[in-house]
Design a binder for this molecule. Structure first.
Ligand code: SF4
Ligand code: SF4
Ligand code: F3S
Length: 359
């Protein structure tokens, strides 16, 4: 552990106002009450910066790029001042033996207290020879470093569920972190790549409460993955009205209609893209005109069918329009209609395996 965070912030000229604003924003993103923002500010200011060891395994560096490519000043930038990133092969200046020494020093000095971040899957094929660091396989390294960890954060769909490396035929025998480690708290932050703010939120929660946030059944922080893309999509009114773009450049697409029939997987994908957005809140896939690919779900890539509509019925429900004339009843009817739509088994559309993600 390093010195209190407040010392670092003061050295960097961060004002109390900026820090409070940061904490309040973070609390609201995590659906915590305003009082939690103040508690978060107090706890984080006093917190010792935890040692973090980041293990980049079988990955494409997209996750690291996502988390570190930020606009200044950002929440993401600030959070990296709140941890002591003691080992990260891609980002650290040290290399070779010096890097190995930094890793072992961090493990020795912070045994039982350090956090481990993993991006990338772990290949089991050929005794793990497909991906090694310093002659050590990812599998061996994860087990060794994981032993002394307080908790493990699996960043990206590869580390969370195996991701693209695990796609059929999975030549390297790729698996996820939770396939290997069974005796440590693990939080999955899936996405290919994941949203930086989600990582920030998880770290802030850990600094504030000393524990990982509440997780869903797939090990994801409920605050960010509790709803589907579809639940919060700004194109949702068009879905409810049955207005769908048929091609990427037709009149419907130009009017911003729903992308369901172009293969959008928003209805079965849990992530915060529709609210948190990307690139400092600039945009997100659906806002850019492309349907969600379902990148934060376990079946991402093999489920495929990126441009095939889900098997969920998308035809406008007849009674939804009629109900719209009776004020508040309309909302109830449309909501009911959507639930019925989700639950219906038959569809005029081609069935894709991604529909299984809804289970
Ligand atoms: Fe790359 Fe996606 Fe895997 Fe991250 S989750 S390492 S961005 S393939
Ligand atoms: Fe948005 Fe896709 Fe749902 Fe349409 S299907 S409302 S584009 S998430
Ligand atoms: Fe991924 Fe869908 Fe968001 S493809 S980036 S979860 S909109």
């Amino acid at each position: 552990m390093q010195g209190p965070l407040i010392d670092t912030l003061v050295r960097q000229g961060v004002s109390r106002r900026t820090f409070l604003k940061y904490c309040m924003t973070l609390a609201s993103m995590m659906a915590l009450p305003p009082a939690a923002g103040l508690a978060m500010a107090e706890a984080m200011a006093a917190a010792r910066r935890p040692s973090v060891i980041w293990l980049p395994f079988q990955e494409c560096t997209g996750c690291t790029e996502s988390i570190t490519r930020s606009h200044s000043p950002t929440l993401e930038g600030m959070i990296f001042d709140m941890i002591s990133l003691d080992y990260q092969e891609t980002l650290m200046a040290a290399a070779g033996f010096q890097a190995e020494e930094a890793l072992h020093n961090a493990m020795r000095d912070n045994a039982g207290k350090y956090l481990v971040i993993v991006d990338g899957s772990i290949p089991l094929g050929q005794d793990g020879a497909y991906s090694c660091i310093g002659g050590q396989s990812n599998l061996e390294m994860l087990k060794e470093v994981g032993k002394g960890a307080a908790a493990i954060i699996a960043v990206g769909t590869c580390a969370s569920y195996g991701g693209i490396p695990k796609a059929n035929p999975n030549p390297t025998g790729a698996v996820s972190v939770s396939d290997i480690i069974k005796d440590k708290p693990i939080v999955n932050i899936p996405g290919c790549p994941p949203i930086p703010v989600v990582m920030t939120g998880v770290l802030a929660h850990y600094l504030t409460f000393g524990s990982l946030p509440e997780l869903d059944a797939k090990g994801r922080p409920r605050a960010f993955f509790g709803e589907t893309i579809h639940d919060r999509c700004y194109r949702r009114p068009f879905y409810d009205q049955g207005k769908f773009a048929k091609t990427f450049d037709d009149e419907g697409a130009r009017r911003g209609w729903c992308l369901f029939e172009l293969g959008c997987k928003g209805p079965v994908t849990h992530n915060a893209c529709a609210t948190v957005k990307w690139n400092g809140g600039t945009s997100w896939p659906v806002e850019s005109g492309h349907g969600c690919l379902g990148c934060s779900e376990p079946d991402f890539w093999d489920a495929g069918g990126f441009y095939k509509p889900l098997s969920v019925p998308a035809d406008p429900l007849k009674f939804a329009a009629a109900a719209s004339v009776v004020g508040a009843a309309a909302g109830v009817a449309v909501s009911f209609a959507n639930r019925a739509r989700k639950g219906a088994a038959k569809s005029a559309h081609e069935t894709t395996t991604l529909a299984d993600l809804e289970k």
